[in-house]
Unconditional design. Structure first.
Length: 320
């Protein structure tokens, strides 16, 4: 092949490749996972950033469950699994910028990164000086943390950091009832219990005519579908959306059947999404293995769902 012909072939390949890249970008223009650029622009309304998209088993490339809801320049962190603080910093948001910490439930994959978030976000000359803790058993979590690290925290405070945001100026809303409605930083937040193995709550964020719902872990719930009605973005427990290819085939069905006691099946996810008429569904808390969106879309379509389905990734930003 002559040199001129070789250059022509390479040029054609580059043009085709460039077109393909543009087409993929156009399909999901609101998603941004280019590191620090996620927070370069303050959104006019709500934005969701997946901080951790994984599950209880540690996996390279997926942190434990954590979802950030942003409204303008205010942040609401829902759950703080392992690696939450480091991932936040990696994508351009130091933990000290977050003063609203909400929990869906107190399982280790959802709160294992809390101690680091709590202390690291407070210490230092620019650390947070106030904190709202919201959710089930948060009073116990706070008491345990402060008591266990009392000497450590007092030492750090002696370096000159105020006690506000760690010992004082901490507001705690411990969930014990069935329904909650309150407002934080201009966002109306509501919460209802959902079925899981421990007290678990889903959250809905409403502001500027937009809505975001974060499910927490759950099995099928008709009430949850009503709660998530017409949500712009529905971030939902997709544990059983994985193909579980990491498990030996002979053990695969047994594991999946066991998880059905605490996590919604793909068919149940599809029905809840369809009944809610959510515009975008983000499958998170993903099990190890592959997530086949085309196959999942068929199940959702059969249930009558007409919106967009997105497989969560750490650092992924989604806008209404």
């Amino acid at each position: 092949m002559s040199r001129k012909l070789l250059l022509l072939v390479l040029l054609i390949v580059m043009v085709i490749s460039g077109c393909g890249t543009k087409e993929s970008a156009d399909k999901k223009p609101s998603q941004n996972k280019n590191g620090n650029s996620t927070f370069d622009t303050v959104p006019a309304g709500l934005q969701v950033v997946i901080v951790g998209s994984g599950n209880p088993k540690t996996e390279v490339g997926r942190g434990a469950p954590s979802t950030l809801v942003q409204y303008k320049d205010k942040f609401f962190l829902v759950d703080s699994g392992e690696n939450t603080t480091s991932t936040l910093l990696k994508i351009g948001l130091p933990a000290e910028k977050i003063t609203n910490m909400l929990f869906t439930h107190q399982h280790v994959d959802h709160n294992g990164g809390f101690w680091n978030f709590f202390i690291d976000g407070w210490q230092g000359p620019t650390g947070r000086r106030s904190l709202n803790l919201v959710g089930p058993q948060v009073q116990e979590l706070y008491n345990t943390t402060v008591n266990f690290f009392k000497s450590d925290l007092e030492y750090r405070s002696s370096l000159g950091w105020p006690k506000d945001g760690i010992f004082t100026n901490v507001s705690i809303q411990d969930f014990t009832e069935d329904k909650y409605k309150f407002e934080l930083d201009g966002v109306k937040i509501s919460s209802i219990p959902v079925p899981h193995t421990v007290p678990t709550y889903a959250y809905r964020f409403d502001a500027k005519g937009q809505s975001v719902v974060v499910s927490g872990d759950l099995t099928y719930s008709e009430e949850f579908a009503k709660f998530a009605k017409n949500a712009d973005i529905l971030v939902i427990d997709g544990m059983l959306a994985s193909d579980f290819s990491f498990v030996p085939e002979q053990a695969r069905e047994s594991l999946k059947n066991g998880l059905k006691q605490s996590h919604a099946t793909l068919e149940d996810l599809a029905k809840m999404a369809a009944d809610a008429k959510a515009k975008k569904v983000v499958l998170t808390h993903i099990g190890l293995g592959k997530v086949d969106i085309p196959s999942i879309s068929k199940v959702f379509s059969a249930a009558g769902y007409k919106g967009e389905i997105i497989a969560a990734e750490d650092g992924l930003a989604i806008n209404p």
